[in-house]
Design a protein around this ligand. Structure first.
Ligand code: CO
Ligand code: ZN
Length: 329
């Protein structure tokens, strides 16, 4: 695995709708290794490996965007009030470090509260400004900030970073495209999508345009292997890639699930089944495009999703690369 590429993909600034820097990193990595590489109106990066004409058209999708905060206004003391971009749990952001596209840094504070969880409207971002004027000379209304990149290796196999959702999958998808043989039967269209966190928007238009015979999304999924959890999910870190059965955005096409499990068994790729009672992913958009497309998802188990500490196991990442590669073959 090309760890430098992974670091670069993780570190790119890219809240929903502003994925340009992440796109540039992936574009550079794929240039010369695919038959075409284009950015569509929405900002999706679409990499195509042509087939020999006898196969199917397979669409892969992983999203480049991650969650963030958008500036609504600054108060007279220079604190920024914000709204969420994507599914933010305000409590998890308090005391976190954030960064804007122009490099302005901030830390997240919250109105003091005696009871109950803080909401996003009770958060503020402190960028060191002392007046509204000063604050709005540093950032503009509508500007978005994201959690500052910070990468840790945990033990032998695990890594933690913000934006692991879903940059780890962008990395998996890039590695698959870079490892394809010279000649392939199937046409493989890898979409690095935008605006997933705000409602699968990039994948919706891309799926319509690509018009695939089969859709496979790659994304992170929740786990049940931490000390105390409300819902005991069946997925654990280090036990392989997860084959999604369902989440809130789709019920995976049974034949696609069966194909994935068969390939995993034949090639000794460790997999586990996933049922996620919340969340959604790009396959939900692919499956419902046009007259319907058989769709499934290869997931990477991830702890602490939508926090600064999103943690995955590199053995699962390896398994996901192998499984997606087997599927497109
Ligand atoms: Co997410
Ligand atoms: Zn995701």
């Amino acid at each position: 695995m090309n760890m430098q590429l992974l670091y670069d993909i993780l570190a790119g600034y890219g809240p929903s709708g502003c994925e340009g820097r992440v796109r540039a990193v992936i574009e550079r990595a794929l240039e010369g290794h695919v038959d075409s590489l284009e950015t569509d109106v929405m900002g999706n990066l679409i990499a195509v490996k042509k087939g020999d004409g006898t196969g199917r058209r397979i669409m892969l999708s992983s999203h480049m965007d991650h969650i963030g905060l958008a500036v609504i206004d600054a108060d007279k003391h220079g604190f920024l009030r914000v709204c969420n971009v994507g599914g933010i749990r305000a409590q998890k952001l308090i005391s976190g470090h954030v960064v804007f596209e122009n490099g302005v840094c901030g830390v997240v504070g919250a109105d003091e509260k005696v009871k109950g969880d803080v909401t996003v409207s009770e958060l503020y971002v402190d960028i060191g400004a002392q007046s509204r004027e000063e604050a709005l000379s540093m950032v503009s209304i509508g500007d978005m900030c994201v959690m500052q990149p910070r990468f840790s290796r945990l033990g032998e196999h695990r890594i933690a970073s913000p934006a692991m959702d879903d940059r780890i999958a962008c990395f998996v998808q890039a590695e698959v495209m870079l490892s394809l043989p010279e000649k392939t039967r199937n046409e493989i269209v890898a979409v690095f999508s935008v605006q997933e966190e705000v409602g699968l928007r990039g994948a919706t238009t891309a799926a319509y345009a690509v018009n695939p015979d089969l859709g496979i999304a790659i994304d992170v999924t929740g786990v049940g292997d931490v000390p105390k959890v409300a819902t005991k999910l069946p997925v654990s870190l280090g036990k392989g890639a997860a084959v999604k059965i369902m989440d809130r955005s789709l019920i995976c096409t049974p034949s696609v699930v069966a194909m994935m499990e068969k390939l995993a068994e034949e090639r000794n790729i460790p997999v586990q089944r996933e049922v996620l009672p919340y969340g959604g992913t790009d396959a939900g958009a692919i499956q419902k495009t046009r007259g319907g497309v058989p769709s499934g998802v290869v997931s990477i188990p991830c702890r602490y999703i939508h926090s600064e500490a999103e943690t995955v196991d590199l053995r699962d990442v390896r398994a996901a690369i192998e499984l997606v590669a087997a599927c497109v073959e």
